[in-house]
Design a protein around this ligand. Structure first.
Ligand code: CO8
Length: 260
C-alpha cells in the first residue's frame, strides 16, 4: 500500500498521517504522490465526510520538501515542474469537495507550512513551529508559500516570514491568522477529531458549497463573490437536505442528511 504515510478511518473521519519520522516527515516526491493517492482514496469513499492531515511522531508535522532530493534536479525547467507537481496536489486539497483539517503536531516548515495552508482549517499543538525557511537554502517557497501565506496574513507579515526565514510559535501563528486554533499538544488529535466529526455531521452538499464559495470568493472581487454565493445558494436550495434541514428545525428534531 503506502510506504510514506498511513490512512485510517474513524467513522466518518479519514486520517492521513505523513509517516517519515526519520526525515521529520519531509515530502519526498514519492510522499507527495502517495498523498495525492490517499486524498483521492478518501474523497472517493462515501463513508468519509471529513479528513484530517497530520504528521507521525511528536516532533514534526512536515519539515518541508525533502531537501535531499533537490540536488538531483537537473535544470530550471525540471525544478519548475517539481514545484508545479507539488502545487497541483495542494490545489486539489484546497478544492476537495470534503473539508480537510491540518492537525499541526510539530514543525510545519517550507512545504509543510504550505501543505497546512492548503487545508481548510489549521489546528496546531502549542509546541508547533511554523515558517518558510527556504531563503536559508538560497531558494524560494515553491508549493504556494509566497501566495497562500500572503492571502492569509497580508503582504507585510508574509514578507517578514519569507524573507527572514525565521520560524514562529503556534501562538504567534494564531495571532497573525496563519493558524486558527491552538491547543495543548496532548489535545491536538482529540480536538481535530472532534471538529472533523462536527463537520462530518453537516449536510454534505451545503458543506461543499460553503467551502467552494469561500475559496472562490477569496480570489476575486466582492461583487463577483456575492454573485457566486447567490448562485450556489440557488444550488443548495434545490437539495433534499435543504427540505430536511428546515423541516427538522421546525419539527424540533435532528436532521437526517441524505447528501443530495
Ligand atoms: N528534508 C530532508 N530531510 C530533513 C528535512 C527536510 N526538509 N528536515 C529535516 N530532515 C532530516 C535531517 O536531515 C535529519 O536527518 P539525519 O538524522 O539523517 O541527519 C533528521 O531529519 C532530523 O533533523 P535534525 O537533526 O535537523 O533535527 P533538529 O531537531 O536539529 O532540527 C529542524 C529540526 C529545525 C526542523 C531542522 O531539521 C531543519 O531546519 N530542517 C529543514 C527545514 C527546511 O528548511 N524546510 C524547508 C525545505 S525547502 C521546501 O520545503 C520548499 C518546498 C517547495 C519546493 C519546490 C520545488 C523546488
Amino acid at each position: 500500500m503506502y510506504e510514506n504515510l498511513t490512512v485510517e478511518r474513524k467513522g466518518a473521519v479519514g486520517i492521513i498521517t505523513i509517516n517519515r519520522p526519520k526525515s521529520l516527515n519531509a515530502l519526498s516526491r514519492a510522499t507527495v504522490a502517495e498523498l495525492a493517492a490517499a486524498i483521492e482514496e478518501l474523497n472517493a469513499d462515501d463513508a468519509i465526510r471529513a479528513i484530517i492531515l497530520t504528521g507521525a511522531g511528536e516532533k514534526a508535522f512536515v519539515a518541508g520538501a525533502d531537501i535531499s532530493e533537490f540536488n538531483s534536479l537537473r535544470s530550471a525547467e525540471e525544478a519548475a515542474e517539481y514545484a508545479r507537481a507539488g502545487q497541483a496536489v495542494l490545489n486539489r486539497i484546497e478544492r476537495l469537495p470534503k473539508p480537510v483539517i491540518a492537525a499541526i503536531n510539530g514543525y510545519a516548515l517550507g512545504g509543510g507550512c504550505e501543505l497546512a495552508m492548503a487545508c481548510d482549517i489549521r489546528i496546531a499543538a502549542d509546541t508547533a513551529r511554523l515558517g518558510q525557511p527556504e531563503i536559508n537554502l538560497g531558494i524560494i517557497p515553491g508549493y504556494g508559500g509566497t501566495q497562500r501565506l500572503t492571502r492569509l496574513v497580508g503582504k507585510g507579515m508574509a514578507k517578514l516570514l519569507v524573507l527572514s526565514g525565521d520560524p514562529i510559535t503556534a501562538q504567534e501563528a494564531q495571532r497573525i491568522g496563519l493558524v486558527d486554533v491552538v491547543v495543548p499538544a496532548a489535545e491536538l488529535m482529540p480536538k481535530a477529531t472532534e471538529l472533523a466529526e462536527k463537520l462530518a455531521s453537516k449536510a454534505p452538499v451545503a458543506l461543499r458549497l460553503c467551502k467552494q464559495a469561500i475559496n472562490e470568493g477569496a480570489e476575486g472581487s466582492l461583487a463577483a463573490g456575492l454573485d457566486h454565493e447567490a448562485a450556489l445558494f440557488g444550488v443548495v436550495f434545490d437539495t433534499e437536505d435543504r427540505v430536511e434541514g428546515v423541516s427538522a428545525f421546525l419539527e424540533k428534531r435532528k436532521p437526517a442528511w441524505k447528501g443530495k
